[in-house]
Design a protein. Structure first.
Length: 324
């Protein structure tokens, strides 16, 4: 049976967002709450309550399933949470816990993968068969589509673009490694760079954007100052753009994608950084691959919910033998 709705769940370190989504990508009803901080069962309860809220007026037979995006490394085949730095979910059987209390099929996946799913079906990557999505926020993640299909790797844990090494013995990454993309472009790294500049005379616009408090300088304050025309803040983002571009050159040379989508809270707002990265790729990628388009994501805050709903629809249709 072809169902009309799916539920998309986007679980972040600070907030849970859930949406009842139509096949065409319209979010009909939403529920949001802060992510409970009281341990894994509190998080699971939060997910269940939000889902119950959005499906309250819909017959269960009309719902394809529930997709859940987690900021975690997921073994997609076993549907298990292997690692999770921001939430206490590693080793927790999130899928079974949720499924035991909801009458729907549940599928979990990594949030970066799901952002790529969302952009692929409803956003800027519609129709692109070979593209790379990189999400830049507190963490740096992503997803890849190869030949029209999501690339998952042997256990479904592939596409951790944020943890590619770009500098030997570079700064520590939250994952425990060193010199990874996330060590340079994640919110904490950009905030640290912003603070460094804000403590000098040149960085006064960044300091102002943080309300005059050096300790309150965030990545967002740097972006805000740059968008307001400040030179020092723009330079911080341009340097980040060079790092992003260099990292992407390797992927462009390896995979020859037609499109690169930059998303996440920072990726979608820091247009300077994305434009600089595109220039670096145009200058440094191997000849014949330089026509790759580099664009900002389109789905904004809804990317996680929409991507999770796409996963739920696709898993449902695969179970039922339906074609997209
Ligand atoms: Zn890392």
């Amino acid at each position: 049976m072809r169902t009309e709705y799916a539920v998309g769940v986007d679980v972040g370190g600070t907030r849970i967002a859930v949406g009842l989504v139509e096949r065409k990508g319209r979010i009909l009803k939403e529920a949001k709450r802060l992510t409970p901080q009281g341990g894994p069962f509190a998080v699971v309860d939060g997910i269940i309550e939000c889902v119950q809220d959005v499906v309250s007026n819909v017959h269960p037979s009309e719902i394809a399933g529930v997709g859940i995006g987690l900021p975690a490394q997921i073994d997609f085949l076993r549907q298990s949470v292997e690692f999770c730095t921001n939430l206490p979910l590693a080793g927790v059987d999130v899928r079974s816990l949720v499924m035991s209390r909801l009458r729907h099929e549940i599928t979990i996946d990594n949030d970066g993968h799901l952002a790529a799913f969302g952009e692929s079906r409803f956003g800027v990557a519609k129709g692109a068969r070979d593209f790379i999505m990189i999400t830049i926020g507190t963490g740096v993640g992503g997803g890849m589509f190869v030949g029209g299909e999501p690339y998952r790797g042997s256990r479904g844990m592939g596409s951790e673009i944020g943890h590619m090494v770009i500098q030997m013995d570079g700064p520590p990454c939250p994952c425990g490694g060193n010199g990874h993309i996330e060590s340079y472009l994640g919110r904490p790294a950009l905030a640290a760079k912003g603070k460094e500049v804000a403590s000098t005379f040149k960085g006064r616009a960044i300091l102002e954007a943080a309300g005059g408090d050096l300790d309150a300088v965030t990545a967002e304050a740097v972006v805000k100052a740059a968008l307001g025309g400040d030179e020092a803040a723009t330079r911080v983002l341009m340097e980040a753009g060079v790092i992003l571009g260099r990292a992407l050159v390797g992927l462009v040379n390896l995979l020859n994608p037609q499109l690169i989508v930059v998303g996440g809270g920072i990726g979608e707002s820091a247009s300077f950084m994305v434009e600089r990265a595109a220039e670096v790729i145009a200058e440094e990628a191997l000849a014949g691959r330089r026509d790759v388009r580099v664009v900002q994501a389109e789905l904004g805050n809804d990317a996680g919910v929409l991507g999770a709903a796409v996963l739920a629809f696709d898993e449902h249709d695969a179970r039922e033998g339906l074609h997209r």
